[in-house]
Ligand binder design. Structure first.
Ligand code: NAD
Length: 489
């Protein structure tokens, strides 16, 4: 099963190895976990299920590297991020291909979000750091100093694997922290590739460490360790609650980026076709395995039948197949567990009388996207995060009802609002409990600095831009005279 290295372009990524203190370590006697291509079920490689001694070594390396790294100026650390961004640019196609093989994302999506987006996040975070107020004197005459929190533990999911690592690594590093990353066991190879790039561009040994393994083994050992000063987690609500509880017990900071059940609220039927087609596209990116996917389309009740027709027609246009084929617009689900979960929700909704188009298995892990309507507001398909290509359409009876439905889940990650009346859009935006609200189908800005994160059960903290940097900084107030503060740039 195991291969000794995975050739990714001219760079080889050693298999069955973890990256600690700038070295590739191949620990003996660990369980090996196969990494599958979900489109073909082929085993691409295997990884190590790291144990306690690996965890200890990784935190020791990160702790050892901390003083020298945090002593660099912010500008010097920002230069390292730019160098890593250049490497992502150079090897972007390889990274995108690898990510598509690991997760099944269509290659055109992979290029944008697994390579292009992380590169932009690295560059924009470097820029934020160069203009950040690291040191200032407040109105009381106190000196305010921002200092790195210390050693960071980053635990990430599989759905946008490169982006989710970079969204943690970039602000942590530029803040002056060092990091131990544990990627998801379904998608560890891109994390190892990223480690290879960190070494290639000369990020000092121990600043970035990657430890692979299962959540229940390696992940749990990492979380229970006293080796870190802050844990930043992206993943499910269940695991997030657990990590938050452990962090709370130890009084270390935790940022949690959790799930979502985001609404797309259409307030009138002007532009219904555009609203519905855009929602379908945003919902089915990465076969719906996207935390901020708008999975609940809430339209005026009188427009619900027409909206459903438009959505079903848009869903039928998906080309399902090999993620590496440029013509493919939907790949497989990432694992058999994901496929079974999606099909289970669809069957459950049918059994409770819902009208369902699609949602049928194709081959292997491929599933046709589902459009569901005629469901109760508290049906599991309306309330639960399914994390697959399932869009539910609900009808509202005016603005108040639309807002009530939009807010009626435990989550609050993001929302979309469609209205031909700008003042109504603004009013509704203010009433929706979500960390990010998009109006009338606006696309993500090229500069990825708008804060991303959730209200309610969608999490604690924000990623991207200056708000992300804040998460990795301590605040020190100095009362009384010292020398004038030096800008630590
Ligand atoms: P998951 O919670 O199962 O796993 C996430 C990570 O946690 C993995 O690396 C896993 O190995 C690790 N883990 C699992 N158990 C652990 C434990 N006991 N201790 C330490 N680590 C442990 O989530 P997933 O299935 O990989 O990802 C899907 C979830 O992630 C969805 O709920 C999705 O909404 C969420 N997500 C959120 C965002 C966001 O920014 N809000 C982004 C992407 C995904």
């Amino acid at each position: 099963m195991a291969t000794s290295s995975l050739a990714v372009s001219s760079l080889n990524v050693p298999m069955n190895s973890i990256f600690i203190g700038g070295q590739w370590v191949t620990p003996e006697g660990r369980d090996l976990i196969p990494v599958d291509n979900p489109a073909t079920s082929e085993v691409i490689a295997s990884i190590v299920d790291a144990d306690c001694s690996d965890v200890h070594a990784a935190f020791t390396a990160a702790r050892t590297a901390l003083p020298a790294w945090s002593d660099l100026t912010a500008d010097q650390r920002a230069d390292h991020l730019d160098a890593l961004a250049d490497a992502l640019h150079k090897y972007g196609d390889d990274l995108a291909t690898l990510a598509s093989r690991e997760i099944g994302m269509p290659i055109s999506e992979s290029r944008a979000v697994q390579a292009g987006l992380p590169e932009a996040v690295l560059r924009s975070t470097a820029d934020v750091a160069r203009h950040f107020a690291w040191n200032y004197v407040d109105a009381s005459g106190s000196q305010i100093i921002r200092e790195p929190v210390g050693v960071v533990l980053g635990i990430t999911p599989w759905n946008f694997p490169v982006h989710q690592i970079v969204a943690k690594l970039a602000p942590a590093l530029v803040a002056g922290c060092t990091i131990v990353i544990k990627p998801a066991e379904l998608t560890p190879l891109n994390a190892l590739f990223l480690a290879r790039l960190c070494a290639e561009v000369g990020i000092p040994a121990g600043v970035v460490n990657v430890v692979t393994g299962r959540g229940s083994t390696t992940g749990e050992m990492l979380v229970q360790s006293d080796g870190y000063d802050l844990v930043t987690f992206t993943g499910s609500l269940t695991v997030g609650r657990h990590i938050g509880a452990v962090a709370g017990q130890r009084v270390v900071r935790a940022t949690l980026e959790l799930g979502g059940k985001s609404p797309a609220v259409v307030l009138d039927d002007d532009g219904l076709v555009d609203a519905v087609r855009t929602t379908v596209r945003n919902c089915f990116t990465n076969a719906g395995q996207k935390c901020n996917a708008p999975t609940r389309l809430i339209v005026p009740e009188e427009a619900r039948a027409r909206a459903t027709e438009i959505a079903v027609a848009a869903a039928n246009e998906y080309v399902i197949g090999d993620p590496l084929d440029e013509a493919t617009t939907m790949g497989p689900l990432a694992s058999a567990a994901q496929r079974d979960k999606v099909l289970g929700y669809v069957e459950g909704a049918k059994s409770r009388g819902a009208t369902v188009a699609g949602g049928t298995p194709v081959d292997g892990l491929f599933v046709r996207p589902a459009i569901i309507t005629d469901v109760e507001e508290h049906d599991p398909v309306v309330q639960d995060e399914i994390f697959g290509p399932v869009l539910v359409i609900l009808g509202h009876h005016g603005e108040d009802d639309a807002v009530r439905l939009a807010n009626d889940t435990p989550y609050g990650l993001s929302a979309e609002v469609w209205s031909s009346d700008a003042s109504q859009a603004q009013r509704v935006v203010r009433r929706i409990k979500a960390g990010q609200v998009r109006v009338n189908g606006v696309r993500s800005p090229r500069l990825p600095i708008a804060p991303f994160g959730g209200y309610k059960a969608s999490g604690l903290g924000r990623e991207l831009g200056p708000f992300a940097l804040e998460e990795f900084l301590e605040i020190k107030a100095v009362l009384g005279r010292t020398d004038e503060p030096e800008e630590k740039r």
